[in-house]
Write a protein that binds this ligand. Structure first.
Ligand code: PEP
Ligand code: MG
Length: 577
């Protein structure tokens, strides 16, 4: 039927030209006459979406700006992480689901603690780490895993934030799972899985499968960089990454990050060779003992900062001073305390007493952030020295520009900020004088306590930049624990009290007001103040649009979300013209 075929081509082209998009068309031919029944924009995978967008521009059918609006930023996740084989997935049974905390697909054998996970990886196995919740001590096990499943925890819990940073699939807050650590088994949906058995996780949907499903690795085509360069031409928000190691920074720069918006320095302390030193600092009884322990950490911090500055080649980096409560660096179980006491040459009773003295009912509201530096200024001294010495050395060795941005976390009262800032500035000036060089550096703060937002004009008198820590700001504005709220938020969605997880998508009505107020007050006191966001919302498209509207200078998110943020920032410009 050559005539019907020619007519089909003519009309298909006409429809595609008219809608300026790939069409999903239904037609029929009756008595050699062609009839079109329906047409609509075709559904597409992420790869196809990019190809279509680029082809439409190259064929002159639409402008680059129109093409940018045709790709959903969140879809880019599909391009950057492994996915399940479509046919294998279709045949698999879902046994449960929980929070899609970090995207991608993973399949592997189950292990219940970090040591077993690391050992299994060494044997060449694919590993899924299953935990009640993760803590900084689990970091090496998380690193060894293809995927992480936790029974507790929300979208900004330790597991979620760290997995997202690593680009590792994670499902968190699975209340239905019953883990038995003693027998190394878990039960879900009526089935019991023992250590070493296979399960699969879809971190993009939160679905859990109790079998080994084939995965396919992501592929990035040439269209990707072309398309992303169009986004870069349009956006006005800068995009930085949250990164804590030279390796993360290299990754982030490859994804297009224009700097580091948050280096969580505590993450540098959990490696095997560093943890004993920070523990030594914690059990110290005098300032001199603490200073001696901290002095041993300087070389490690400095080497990491140097590696990061070099990888950034002149792009800015915000380094945050130590933030978590100190108990996170010590074991809590009696057996582990006993073992560590032996290693450290302490009595069990002495170490147990330290652990107990650090116990707090609400550690997230406790002795953390800048409060640590108020009690132990020597920690801030050590970290500032490492930040400044590293910068001076990298400038001399590499001839690149480095302007360190030192960030003081969790300030709520300008005087506490001023106190810690003073420690930082005195130390920085001392190091600069010792080295006999000139160095520009900035000192700023996070806005993550409602009181800091309410008094942002006063805070800005002491801070050269603000970075909105919307994880804590959300926690403290709603009064929801970022670690546990997942357990009841599901009821809030079901009963239409909340539309979405405020830890994933910024609550513009409430938390957003605080951000907007702090922007206005901050700029009124210091017109050239630099403003960014480094909470997890910095990688969420609708939150990024909000950041654009309220006039932030940059967003910062995990390296794997940098492309999403670049596209979302471009769409924010186009949506708000
Ligand atoms: C925040 O609170 O938003 C933040 C970035 O800091 P952290 O997640 O480390 O508390
Ligand atoms: Mg915080």
């Amino acid at each position: 039927m050559p005539e019907a075929y020619a007519e089909f081509i003519r009309l298909a082209t006409k429809l595609e030209n008219h809608y300026k998009d790939m069409q999903d068309m239904e037609f029929t031919i009756e008595d050699k006459v062609l009839y079109f029944l329906q047409t609509r924009n075709g559904k597409r995978t992420a790869q196809a979406a990019l190809k279509i967008a680029v082809d439409l521009v190259e064929e002159g059918l639409c402008t680059k700006e129109e093409a940018l609006m045709k790709v959903d930023p969140k879809q880019l996740d599909q391009l950057l992480h492994p996915n399940f084989d479509v046919e294998a997935l279709a045949a698999a049974k879902v046994y449960g689901s929980a929070l899609p905390a970090s995207p991608g697909a993973a399949a592997g054998q189950v292990y219940f603690n970090a040591d077993d996970a690391v050992a299994a990886k060494k044997r060449g196995e694919r590993v899924i780490l299953v935990r009640l919740e993760t803590s900084p001590e689990d970091i090496e096990g998380m690193d060894a895993a293809q995927g992480i499943l936790t029974a507790r925890g929300g979208m900004t819990s330790h597991a979620a934030v760290v997995a997202r940073g690593m680009g590792t699939c994670c499902i968190s807050g699975c209340g239905e799972i019953k883990i038995n650590e003693a027998t190394k088994t878990f039960t879900l949906g009526g089935k019991t899985i023992a250590e070493g058995e296979f399960i699969s996780l879809d971190g993009s949907t939160g679905k859990i499968y109790l079998e080994d499903i084939k995965t396919v690795d992501p592929e990035i085509s040439g269209d990707f960089s072309k398309f992303m360069s169009w986004a870069d031409e349009v956006r006005t928000l800068k995009v930085r990454a949250n990164a804590d190691s030279p390796k993360d920074v290299i990754n982030a720069v490859e994804f297009g990050a224009e700097g580091v918006g948050l280096c969580r320095t505590e993450h540098m302390f959990f490696e095997e060779d560093r943890l004993p030193k920070i523990r030594q600092m914690i059990v110290s009884n005098t300032v001199a003992e603490r200073e001696a322990a901290l002095a041993e950490l300087i070389p490690f911090q400095k080497a990491d900062f140097k590696g990061m500055y070099k990888a950034l080649a002149g792009k800015p980096m915000t380094v945050r001073l130590l933030d978590p409560p100190l108990h996170e660096f010590l074991p809590q179980e009696e057996g582990d305390i006993r073992e560590l006491a032996k290693e450290m040459g302490l009595t069990f009773e002495a170490l147990k007493e330290t652990v107990e003295s650090l116990h707090e009912f609400n550690p997230m509201l406790g002795h953390r952030g800048c409060r640590l530096a108020v009690t132990y200024p020597e920690i801030a001294v050590m970290q500032t020295r490492a930040i400044i010495e590293a910068a001076v050395e990298v400038i001399a060795e590499e001839g690149i520009d480095v302007i360190p941005e030192i960030m003081i976390p969790l300030a709520g009262e300008v005087k506490e900020l001023a106190y810690v800032k003073n420690v930082v500035v005195e130390t920085a000036e001392k190091v600069i004088a010792e080295k006999g060089v000139k160095l520009k550096y900035l000192v700023g703060t996070m806005i993550e306590i409602p009181r800091a937002a309410l008094t942002a004009d006063l805070i800005a008198a002491e801070a050269e930049f603000f970075s909105f820590g919307t994880n804590d700001l959300t926690q403290m504005t709603f009064g929801y624990s970022r670690d546990d709220a997942g357990a009841f938020l599901e009821d809030y969605y079901k009963k239409s009290i909340l539309e979405s997880d405020p830890f994933a998508r910024l609550d513009q009505t409430g938390v957003g007001q605080l951000v907007e107020m702090a922007v206005v007050k901050g700029r009124s006191a210091r017109p050239d103040i630099k403003l960014g966001i480094c909470g997890e919302h910095g990688g969420d498209p609708s939150s990024i649009e909000f950041c654009h509207r309220v006039g932030l200078d940059y967003v910062s998110c995990s390296p794997f979300r940098v492309p999403i943020a670049r596209l979302a920032a471009a769409q924010a410009v186009l949506n708000n013209r």
